[in-house]
Design a binder for this molecule. Structure first.
Ligand SMILES: [Zn+2]
Length: 303
């Protein structure tokens, strides 16, 4: 038992192997239900720079992302902050959400460990001084005192989630909020598991309860969790997995990205309408189909 790796969330060493691929294993923690990779080794920024699923090659790609930004992200930013609030987007990519927040009058900043994305974002959105190539533990001390920190689809890529969350806590003002989104491990997956759910992409898989406990155990107050339930997610997963199976692993992501940039917006809008009745049923039954978002708050500390 002693040589088993500790859970990155709760530290317990009791777990079982649920998947093996060569030297890489996926383990499920017996105490908190987190699924984590063994070894917990994140890839270098160059992996993301070359992988077309993540990489923006042109300024127009970054600007397109800004136009089609998830409206729910904007809604949280507007609900949890005021004009002039200081915000930080961790894993900001080319900074579309930072640009949107600044347009809305927030004093917004972003970090990403991928300097290619940061350079692109500075040029695409005129964000010199507001975007920085860095990981969370290496951020300079001046990047503190935030009114809102966001981490969209980041925690599942981290090899050190506890260290990062503790650092996020330190850099938030008392009484202010962290909004975090990631795939929901407790979801209905009739189209199979999406291929990026495996390492080296995702190193951890979180259930809503597991993520809540993890954040609470790192001194955050739980506020709420939103579970996404949509037929669109299932169709999208089926499509992406089908493309990945029909091509070599190396070429599949580029095909997906190319298709996405041309048709994503039109397909997405059409599907939203077609899926409405089914999505209403999923909501009533509390069935998740892909992602979730958790809102937590740093408590006020009395001196
Ligand atoms: Zn655990």
């Amino acid at each position: 038992m002693d040589d088993l790796p500790g859970c990155p969330s709760c530290g317990q060493r009791s777990n079982r192997v649920i998947y093996t691929d060569g030297a890489i294993k996926l383990r499920r923690c017996s105490a908190c239900d987190l699924v984590f990779t063994d070894p917990m080794a994140a890839v270098e920024p160059s992996y993301y720079q070359e992988h077309v699923v993540y990489a923006h090659k042109k300024m127009s790609d970054a600007q397109e992302e800004r136009v089609h930004l998830d409206s729910r992200r904007i809604a949280w930013m507007e609900a949890l902050t005021r004009r002039g609030s200081k915000t930080l987007d961790i894993g900001c990519g080319s900074g579309a959400f930072v640009a949107c927040s600044r347009d809305a009058g927030r004093d917004a900043y972003g970090i990403d460990f991928n300097d290619q994305e940061i350079s692109l974002g500075k040029a695409a959105f005129n964000l010199n001084g507001f975007l920085m190539t860095s990981d969370v533990p290496s951020m300079p001390d001046e990047w503190s005192g935030f009114d809102l920190i966001t981490m969209f689809e980041v925690i599942e890529h981290l090899s050190n989630p506890k260290q990062v969350i503790q650092e996020v806590h330190r850099r938030l003002k008392d009484g202010e909020y962290l909004v975090l989104s990631c795939p929901n491990e407790r979801r209905w997956q009739p189209a199979g598991r999406i291929f990026v759910d495996y390492p080296p992409h995702h190193l951890t898989r979180w259930t809503p309860k597991c993520l809540q406990r993890f954040l609470e155990s790192n001194s955050f107050e739980y506020v709420e969790t939103e579970i996404d339930g949509s037929l669109r997610d299932i169709l999208w997963t089926a499509y992406v997995n089908r493309r990945a199976r029909s091509k070599s692993v190396a070429s599949a992501p580029s095909q997906i990205a190319e298709h996405s940039s041309n048709w994503k917006w039109v397909l997405d809008r059409a599907l939203r309408i077609v899926c409405l009745p089914f999505d209403a049923l999923l909501k009533i039954l509390h069935i998740g189909t892909l992602g979730m978002r958790v809102v937590v708050r740093k408590p006020f500390y009395r001196s």
